[in-house]
Write a protein that binds this ligand. Structure first.
Ligand SMILES: [Zn+2]
Ligand SMILES: [Zn+2]
Length: 246
């Protein structure tokens, strides 16, 4: 059965289509330009796996910071994005309202800036460029991984009809926590105050610890009658205990 949401990859609106495709093309060009600068000397070859793993974690951490910021702060420049994140807490399938490419390119403007800065400041440091490229790709894959996590949770509708086709390699990656696991992400939707990282979720607990250490605010929306409400650390853990009891 075809689901009731937007199943297009590209938007119908020509202006929207052009902007999204343009962002995608610029992003690919910037990433290729970065990759072209990566020439690893044999003495540094042992650092390569370490740098790749580090990029995998840092990219996820950045996805968590992005999500935390969008969930928590209602400031002028990100008002529209903030609203979409709030709507997402109300309706976890809200990402499906948009064509798939919207999720693919959503974070790419940030990735383009990162790629250009890396080329400018680190052009003579191939290991740094490698780490930055991996970070960039992992960070920018966040909304796609996030969308697939929700598709997995809602693979079947209430009547047991298949709503979404999820390739088996995506399910494998989710089950092995290599990309965002839907059960871990569900904890964010239940509580709204934890597990912000959405690329692969491996750094969620680190970000939660940073938020606690610096006493940064978290906020609820769905769990506070659809009113944006800041929560302090005591309230945060009351909420977690309440919603994750079982
Ligand atoms: Zn959220
Ligand atoms: Zn979500």
């Amino acid at each position: 059965m075809i689901n009731k949401y937007n199943t297009n990859f590209f938007p119908d609106n020509i202006k929207d289509f052009s902007i999204k495709v343009l962002i995608l093309i610029i992003y690919i060009i910037v990433i290729i330009k970065n990759i072209n600068k990566i020439t690893i000397e044999s003495k540094n070859i042992l650092f390569v796996p370490f740098v790749i793993i580090l990029g995998y974690y840092i990219g996820d951490f950045f996805s968590g910071i992005y999500h935390y910021f969008m969930d928590t702060y209602d400031i002028y420049y990100i008002k529209e994005l903030h609203k979409n994140f709030r709507i997402h807490h109300d309706n976890p399938l809200s990402l499906e309202r948009f064509p798939f490419i919207a999720s693919v390119v959503e974070i790419m403007p940030v990735g383009i800036v990162q790629g250009l800065l890396t080329l400018h400041f680190f052009k003579n440091y191939p290991l740094v460029i490698l780490g930055s490229v991996i970070t960039n790709l992992v960070m920018c894959s966040a909304q796609v991984a996030h969308r697939f996590a929700h598709r997995r949770t809602h693979e079947y509708d209430k009547n047991g009809n298949k709503q979404y086709y999820i390739p088996s390699f995506i399910k494998f990656l989710q089950d092995k926590n290599i990309i965002l696991n839907n059960k871990e992400h569900r904890k964010h939707h239940l509580t709204e105050v934890m597990n912000y990282s959405i690329s692969n979720g491996s750094t969620s607990s680190i970000l939660d610890t940073v938020i606690d250490k610096f006493n940064l605010p978290v906020s609820t929306y769905k769990n506070s009658d659809n009113i944006h409400k800041r929560r302090n650390i005591i309230e945060k853990y009351d909420i977690i205990n309440k919603f994750l009891q079982n």
